[in-house]
Design a protein around this ligand. Sequence first.
Ligand code: AR6
Length: 233
Amino acid sequence: GTLRSLLQNGSKELKLKSTSNRQAMQTKVDETDGARSLAFPSISTADFQFDHEMAADIIVETVVEFHRNPSHAGLRFVFVDLSGNSDMLRRVSKKAAEAGMSALQLLIHAGDITNLRTSGGPQCNYIANATNWRLKPGGGGVNAAIFEAAGSEFEAATKEVAKTLQPGDAVAVPIPATSPLRRVEGVTHVIHVLGPNMNPMRPNSLAGDYNQGCQVLRNAYSNLFKVFSSIAL
Ligand code: AR6
């Protein structure tokens, strides 16, 4: 069976093989502790159309800044995007290496943030959501995926914590024990974060104002990391 499928679908098999090698390496790194790990997507760079190069700089700078605080030792970040070809993964990976970040401080991972455990990825008890100002499910992107995976109990739990969010702010929602995201994936908290919006088709667009935009994105990451450390420490 294996030989036949190898011959029939060589490239698929090769891909699976390299994935499991990578997973084997990650398992070692991941033994550190899901309870100290935050997975986060690139905030504002897809639907909200924020400039990728500026966003990548802000991500690496806020992570470096976070790790300057000695009390944050042992906390770790996993930067996630869906595809191995992601432009943001490539940019952040390069800048993180240039800044001397270790994989324990900032791991770069291609995969779906809603199934890190079951896909054999790094265990992260905390995941960040790039949301909208009304904290509404749907709308596409990572927000739609997280609300969908977490189910209706999580939607209710979000409403209990906050009705709206200001750009640059972050809020943690404990995931109800009944939610599949908690039961199956071991995620205990979603931290919603609202980034700047550069998409003219969406309400409250900053209309290309990157002075304000960069400030808001910086606040978004530093507030996200602050909320994470306040729960994880
Ligand atoms: N797992 C990991 N990363 C993902 C996933 C996933 N399942 N889905 C998307 N990404 P976006 P924004 C990546 O558009 O730009 C929503 O409609 C994606 O490739 O989700 O902040 C909200 O309701 C990209 O790198 O967020 C808001 O209205 C990153 O996640 C608006 O979009 C963020 O892309 C927010 O726009």
